[in-house]
Design a protein around this ligand. Sequence first.
Ligand code: 5GP
Ligand code: MG
Length: 183
Amino acid sequence: MPEPIQIQDQLFTPFISSLQIAERVKELAITISQDYAGKKPLFIAILNGAFIFAADLFRNLSIEAEISFIKLASYQGTVSSGSVVTAIGLEDAVSGRHIILIEDIIDTGKTLHEFLPLLQRQQPDSIKIVTLLHKPAALQHPVQADYSGFEIPNKFVVGYGMDYNGLGRNHPEILQLQSDTHL
Ligand code: 5GP
Ligand code: MG
């Protein structure tokens, strides 16, 4: 058994190695480069969690492409639908562009389900989603990634950009919450 790693009050165990991540990210970049040759896509990375994945994916692309970064903020609306999402930093012209959203992880799908209509309103030519991880067992909204790195069980993960209470983003590998490991 590998040594557990403590982050604040929780123990985490190694789950996906940096080598596995690097190989998969390279494969995703090759596929996307083939699919988007000549289309000059605009990647939009969703901060904070996706920043390391976005950097690695982007530097492995072999095509002309642009990248931009946004942060999604939700606030409680006065309407009964609950939280409403806004995108901070969405300044680049999206209209007429081929957009590829970069996410670290699709969990319930709520984030993208709320953000996609907002983006669609700006009339891009197309929108696709690339996510490093997705948890099919946690999905509650009709959101599907077009490109996905790894399908993982419904357990909390950190590292490679993803945090636990703001910490753990700098771990080069992906770790899994230990108390979730033997459920
Ligand atoms: P969703 O809206 O799909 O439920 O969740 C999306 C966001 O929640 C992800 O982009 C990520 O920032 C965060 N998230 C979901 N699951 C995890 C997880 O296991 N670990 C971490 N660190 N963040 C998660
Ligand atoms: Mg995220």
